[in-house]
Design a binder for this molecule. Sequence first.
Ligand code: BDR
Ligand code: CA
Length: 323
Amino acid sequence: MKERRKVIIDCDPGIDDSLALLLALKSKELEVLGITIVCGNVPAKQGVQNALKALELCKSLHVPVYLGEETPLKRELVTAQDTHGEDGVGECFFEEINGGIVKNGAAHYIIETLAKENNVSIIALGPLTNIAKALMKDKEAFQNLDEFISMGGAFRIHGNCSPVAEFNYWVDPQAADYVYKNLGKKIHMVGLDVTRKIVLTPNTIEFIEKIGGELGKYIKDITRFYVDFHWKQEGIIGCVINDPLAVAYFIDRSICRGFSSSVEIVHEGIAMGQSIVDAENFYKREDNAFILTEVDFKRFMLMFLERLFPEKINLIQNTQGVM
Ligand code: BDR
Ligand code: CA
């Protein structure tokens, strides 16, 4: 087997972040070095608890969790508790997890890890505040970064916080703008153009519950609130799970297609949080991003289910009505 790829997962769990953590922790290609938590869907301290729950379910409580920024760089925090529930995991109000390794200083951890380890990548599933803070403190450390994947932004598709803005970049547009301008590496932008196509339908959720034991029940429980929200807000049956696609794409590039371009993030005014993609190369700037525009839904879903429930591969591949 090829060497496992080292990753830090920066996230704001969150229902779909939690699903992304499960996928990452259950994928043998990845070595999750640490999880850094940023405020976003919920206040950061609540995000820590939710990350621990995902770690516990995957028997991975040895992976350290770092508390990160509790407010965006300039704006006040606007959470997405209307979408993810008061506790960020569909109002399941799980008991506190005993055990696990929880520390302060996400930005410091990111810098330290990049300085001492080679070939570390970052998969960012929340607002980019931790990353911006780390970059501001030590830009040089990022020269050692392997790849940077960010779930965020929207190219041709409508936003989910305004007609043009996606949540992660809208919550902290200054941080997103700073990271796009200063990372010095192409950012893989896994935006709403592709993630909106990743809908977990009631059929699939039902199937997951039937085959998945404790993990299946957890997924069914945390997504119920999310499904109700999607029906009320967007008229969708099921729920859009954005963040696991960023992990899946990191593991298997053939799941998505896209193009290179230069991107900047609007950080104030009516279009705050919008990702402006210079697709026609108007500004003649150096490309700083790879924008995903197409996704193979079935390939994603197969990967997701097979990784989470490897002992049920036969059923996953053969049961009708699942995908
Ligand atoms: C992003 O916003 C959050 O609510 C989700 O966790 C995802 O990271 C989608 O816009
Ligand atoms: Ca997220």
